[in-house]
Design a binder for this molecule. Structure first.
Ligand code: AP5
Ligand code: ZN
Length: 209
């Protein structure tokens, strides 16, 4: 299955994706993680993306379309994939339709108030992309990644004012994608405000896994 996870920043797309990777046996592609890694390694892609990300703005469409195209062409995506954070605009969705056939867009519905609370507790691993929450999903040892042992950090775009801007960007530019996929009969929505395991259960039911 080729699946898109839609939802506001902090809705829980990355957290759900890490569960679905195992359940569906397909890779997850997070454009945000790819861009953060590029910034960490100071590559030309990272240099172009950094100022947009730090300001809570979207990176230009062509940049992410190119990197997504390259990633989807890899062998591990042949039997399906999960997209976390792509597409984010109508032009990105149109470009994606040219690259691959999408089976389902699963929207995680979470209101802004819940998001703002979640973001303040988020900790991430910049080496392997794993995401934690100090209360809802803590690592076994404080501030250390369970998977790779790297030190966990607060994302530079998780400060309250940047989060507010990212939410505005989401509602203006990304939320219209729900209508785009609904018109194709591919949209499914689930409640993302409950715990992590409930959200996994809702997703399994909605996707018929
Ligand atoms: P990206 O990395 O994609 O960030 P995002 O979409 O803003 O989403 P997040 O990663 O913030 O949240 P999430 O939904 O994955 O939530 P998570 O699972 O971490 O993008 C960052 C930036 O990159 C963008 O602003 C843009 O600049 C650029 N970019 C990326 N893709 C782009 C594109 N296609 N086009 C243009 N620009 C692009 O969960 C959040 C927290 O809540 C965690 O701490 C988690 O542990 C916790 N949590 C999760 N689920 C639950 C639950 N059910 N209950 C309690 N806590 C929970
Ligand atoms: Zn890690």
């Amino acid at each position: 299955m080729n699946l898109i996870l839609l939802g506001a920043p902090g809705a829980g797309k990355g957290t759900l994706a890490s569960y679905l990777i195992e359940k569906m046996g397909v890779p997850s592609i997070s454009t945000g993680n790819i861009l953060r890694e590029a910034i960490k390694n100071n590559t030309p892609l990272g240099q172009s993306a950094k100022e947009y990300m730090d300001a809570g703005k979207l990176v230009p469409d062509q940049l992410v379309i190119d990197l997504l195209k390259e990633r989807i062409a890899k062998r591990d995506c042949k039997s399906g994939f999960i997209l976390d954070g792509f597409p984010r605009t109508i032009p990105q969705a149109e470009a994606l339709d040219e690259i691959a056939k999408i089976d389902c867009a699963l929207a995680l519905e979470v209101p802004n108030e819940v998001i703002e609370k979640r973001m303040t507790g988020r900790r991430v691993c910049l080496r392997c992309g794993a995401t934690y929450h100090v209360e809802a999903n803590p690592p076994r040892v404080a501030d250390v990644c369970d998977i790779c042992g790297d030190k966990l950090v607060i994302r530079s775009d998780d400060q309250a004012d940047v989060v507010r801007h990212r939410l505005e960007t989401y509602h203006e530019q990304t939320e219209p994608l729900k209508g785009y996929y609904d018109a194709q009969g591919k949209l499914k929505s689930i409640d993302g405000t409950k715990g992590i395991h409930e959200t996994e259960k809702f997703a399994v039911e909605a996707l018929g896994l």
